[in-house]
Design a protein around this ligand. Structure first.
Ligand SMILES: Cc1cc2nc3c(=O)[nH]c(=O)nc-3n(C[C@H](O)[C@H](O)[C@H](O)COP(=O)(O)OP(=O)(O)OC[C@H]3O[C@@H](n4cnc5c(N)ncnc54)[C@H](O)[C@@H]3O)c2cc1C
Length: 505
């Protein structure tokens, strides 16, 4: 047992991490009467959350939502956990509307099917913060480039935390949990500007400190492909995994991340993968809107296509084909892959769409891709032979790949990877454009196992007393992702974690 007098500070609930999940947990704990503090490692709050697209998944019927979640998780998550999520999805619109009252934010609901045609997919939707009077995301958060809707959602939470007087301490990484000999969590050891400080949590600790997008060494142990570039934020380095593991936590879903593919900036000082332009998701069996073109194909290290470049939900499964290992070459077959387009395709729209949350970092992609060509992020080849030389593949193989592709475009049918026909454009008009392509992680799903009350479980399935998880640290998604599901989890799991921690005795 840690002696009481050794604490520098005492709180009821300590929340680790100031993204959506952490702030929601703090609000929930405060609202049942707990004294709460939020500790944030980075100089600014917001984590990945602040640059998200801001869409939260909602449902009109918990049983229907549960059926969808069961199918999308394929037995990787207990029904009790999924039911808590499904029920929360029904309550979520009212929860957001209530929080929005703090600053007059305008909340909008839209019907939008789930990403896959599982039972219940047509009964799901999104809720967004559509407007906040007088609020300009780019001015309020100059260190962030993402979607304004994500920033607005964060502003709603920030204002709710502020009016409640809950302190959010930035540049304060939590280094470890402090527990009694029976593993009952008693507090945290945090690094503050003046040194290490021991903070006592009388009721509980909520770990809302994100996943491991910024931890290549952790990724290396769980993911087949390496490197996988982070899309926006370097603060999530798996700290919550290690802290929970130190108390015996079990882990789940470590292989699963939300990610697609994108560019690596040639300047090593730019740390983020740049995801390709976000094209609309589409429901299998229906296809994308007919006017949406994707002007590139992706080639492996042999100069052959290896995937459908426009999967139904590219941000979910788009990174998976990069896992394939080539035992003959003792290397991954598509690491890096090559994006190839022609001059007509190059002029359609910006190929890259950078996002970031970090002070002093930023990159604006040019409207016609010309700046990227000028300094070599995109490269140019005047002929198929020159393209083969640039890709370092056999010219005959490349010529065959392009001939097959152009024939498929003319026929309106991709017999190998089933690219949506309306998205296909031939690649015939030089100069050709090409670039290295890598898998990109938006956010991870893996982490400590939790139950329906967000209590972190040990390897025998027992709750570790007074320790809770919220947000993407140990997400419920372990098979296919549901767009908007992570934000829904931040709010639903954050509320449960905050309330349960605040009520613990
Ligand atoms: C570009 C982009 C768009 C997205 N759009 C959507 C969307 O529209 N809908 C959706 O559902 N999902 C979306 N996602 C995913 C979603 O944003 C995240 O899963 C979610 O925001 C995670 O929230 P969080 O609070 O768990 O983590 P974060 O917001 O990342 O917060 C974790 C915080 O913990 C801090 N931290 C880490 N370690 C410590 C430590 N040791 N001590 C103290 N603090 C620590 C971090 O610095 C960070 O601020 C998107 C992701 C990206 C990258």
């Amino acid at each position: 047992m840690v002696p009481e007098q050794s604490w520098e500070e005492t709180w009821d609930v300590i929340v680790v991490g100031a993204g959506y999940a952490g702030l929601v947990a703090a609000i929930a704990a405060h609202d049942i009467g707990a004294r709460v503090v939020v500790l944030e490692k980075m100089p600014d709050p917001g984590g990945i959350s602040i640059c998200s697209a801001g869409g939260l998944r909602i449902a009109d019927d918990a049983d229907v939502a549960l059926a969808y979640l069961q199918a999308t998780n394929a037995g990787t998550t207990p029904d009790a956990v999924l039911r808590a999520l499904a029920e929360g999805m029904v309550r979520l619109p009212v929860q957001i509307e209530t929080l929005a009252q703090v600053n007059g934010a305008v909340v909008g609901r839209r019907l939008s099917p789930g990403n896959y045609p599982f039972p219940g997919h047509d009964r799901l939707g999104f809720v967004y913060v559509d407007d906040i009077p007088g609020f300009e995301p780019a001015q309020a958060y100059p260190q962030v480039r993402g979607s304004p809707a994500g920033a607005r959602l964060f502003k709603v939470l920030e204002d709710n935390v502020r009016v409640r007087g809950v302190p959010v301490r930035v540049s304060t990484p939590v280094r470890r949990l402090i527990a009694a000999s029976d593993r009952r969590v008693r507090g945290v050891l945090a690094e503050m500007p003046g040194g290490m400080v021991r903070l006592h949590a009388r009721r509980g600790v909520v770990l809302a400190c994100g996943g491991f997008e910024g931890a290549p060494t952790v990724q290396r142990q769980f993911w087949p492909a390496h490197p996988v570039l982070p899309a926006a934020f370097r603060g999530n380095t798996g700290d919550g995994l290690r802290m929970a593991q130190a108390l015996g936590a079990d882990l789940w879903h470590m292989w699963h991340f939300h990610g697609s593919y994108g560019f690596r900036h040639p300047d090593p000082a730019y740390p983020f993968g740049i995801r390709t332009k976000r094209v609309p998701d589409w429901l299998p069996g229906h296809g994308p809107p007919p006017d949406v073109k994707l002007p590139w194909i992706l080639l492996d290290q042999h100069g052959r296509r290896f995937m459908n470049e426009y999967d139904p939900y590219l941000q979910d499964t788009g990174a998976r084909p990069f896992d394939r290992y080539d035992p003959e070459r003792q290397a991954h077959r598509s690491l890096p892959a090559w994006l190839v387009a022609d001059d007509i395709g190059r002029r359609l729209y910006p190929f890259g769409r950078p996002t970031w949350h970090e002070r002093g970092i930023g990159y604006e992609w040019s409207a016609d891709n010309s700046a990227e060509i000028a300094y070599g992020l995109l490269r140019i080849a005047d002929s198929v032979e020159a393209l083969a030389a640039g890709l370092q593949v056999a010219p005959a193989v490349l010529a065959e790949t392009l001939a097959h592709w152009n024939h498929a475009c003319d026929a309106g049918h991709d017999p190998v990877y089933a690219r949506p026909p309306t998205s296909m454009l031939p690649i015939r008009t030089p100069p050709y454009v090409y670039a290295e392509i890598w898998p990109v992680v938006s956010n991870t799903q893996g982490g400590p196992v939790h139950d329906a009350q967000q209590r972190i479980l040990d390897v025998d399935g027992h709750p570790i007393p007074r320790l809770y998880a919220a947000g993407e640290l140990g997400s419920a998604f372990g098979h296919l992702y549901l767009s908007g599901g992570n934000l829904a989890e931040c709010f639903i799991g954050g509320t449960l974690a905050g309330r349960n921690a605040g009520a613990a005795r």
